[in-house]
Design a protein around this ligand. Structure first.
Ligand code: HEM
Length: 281
């Protein structure tokens, strides 16, 4: 067991080799570090993370609520599920250690909502498609798209309920047209390795349908930066979590999606908030 403190978070990040030399900003773990299999996500009306002891196998990430995330068409968010002052993301490969950490870290304030998240080895979501493919990967891409100069970042957290029954009733072909990728290997319907938005059939039809999720959410369509999506499944759907240096990367993408993304027929947002994830000092 270790005592959670800024110093501890810092040491964790250093051990993982995520820190630069003296003077470089020190990022919180749980963002660029490999995604662990289980998570406890909670949003509080509290000012600070308490200093408590948790297992060293658990990654603690926290952030403070910020304004600027609009309500989007189709959102069904009750007042207590909108915004919040403190975000807590506890991740680990051992679900018991994550549960234990969640029971120990009790910020001083009201709990707005909490959800247990999980991912599987194939990284498929509740609709059976692989997620988290097109994201920043290299340190340069993280610097360009995720980190602010002071080492902080912006998180968007949206609890999205999925209509698994209605989606499951579609043929595999129709499901693949919703995403724009194949179900069995996640390859794009355009062929090739990367999504090619301009690829067409001999009849002049787009291979990636006009309402496919990968088209609507694509940075070129959305006119947005590339966000780091680091979502978890939960009992009723997807705990969508994205990290980006500018809130507008998320906002512009979400607006493009609301203008005609087939996936939104099967997904309803029931919680929504944005947070600044400070660097460690
Ligand atoms: C229930 C909700 C959602 C599900 C199940 C879902 C699932 C997926 C899947 C399977 C992919 C293709 C694989 C990949 O590139 O990782 C994808 C791509 C993507 N999604 Fe989502 N997603 C959801 C919501 C969102 C939201 C809310 C946003 C942002 C506003 C978003 C942004 C993106 C982006 C930027 C891509 C990459 C597109 C590309 O360039 O190819 N997704 N999503």
């Amino acid at each position: 067991m270790v005592r959670i403190s800024r110093r501890h978070l810092l040491c964790g990040a250093a051990a993982l080799g995520l820190l630069g030399g003296c003077g470089s900003p020190r990022h919180q773990p749980g963002i660029a570090t490999p995604q662990q299999l289980h998570a406890d996500i909670s949003v509080w009306d509290a000012d600070a993370l308490p200093s408590v002891q948790v297992s060293s196998s658990v990654t603690v990430t926290y952030g403070h609520g910020i304004d600027g995330l609009p309500e989007f068409p189709g959102d069904e968010v009750r007042p207590q599920d909108l915004g919040g002052k403190l975000f807590l993301q506890l991740c680990g490969d051992d679900p018991a250690a994550v549960r234990d950490a969640a029971s120990r870290i009790r910020p001083d304030g009201r709990l707005r909502w909490r959800e247990q998240g999980f991912c599987n080895a194939e990284r498929t979501n509740g609709l059976g498609f692989r997620d988290g493919i097109v994201v920043p990967k290299t340190p340069q891409e993280f610097d360009d798209e995720v980190w602010l100069p002071d080492g902080s970042t912006i998180a968007v957290v949206r609890r999205m309920k999925l209509d698994v029954g209605a989606f499951g009733a579609l043929s595999t072909n129709a499901q693949e047209r919703v995403f724009g990728r194949r179900k069995h290997d996640a390859s794009p319907l355009s062929g090739g390795v990367e999504v090619d938005l301009s690829a067409k059939t001999a009849d002049g039809e787009y291979l990636i349908p006009v309402d496919a999720h990968v088209r609507r959410a694509h940075p070129l369509t959305a006119g947005a930066g590339l966000m780091l999506r680091r979502s978890y499944n939960y009992a009723e759907g997807l705990l969508f979590i994205s990290y980006q240096r500018e809130l507008k990367s998320f906002v512009n993408t979400m607006y493009r999606m609301t203008e005609g993304d087939a996936l939104l027929r099967y997904a309803t947002t029931t919680s929504s908030a944005a947070f600044r994830i400070p660097a460690l000092d």
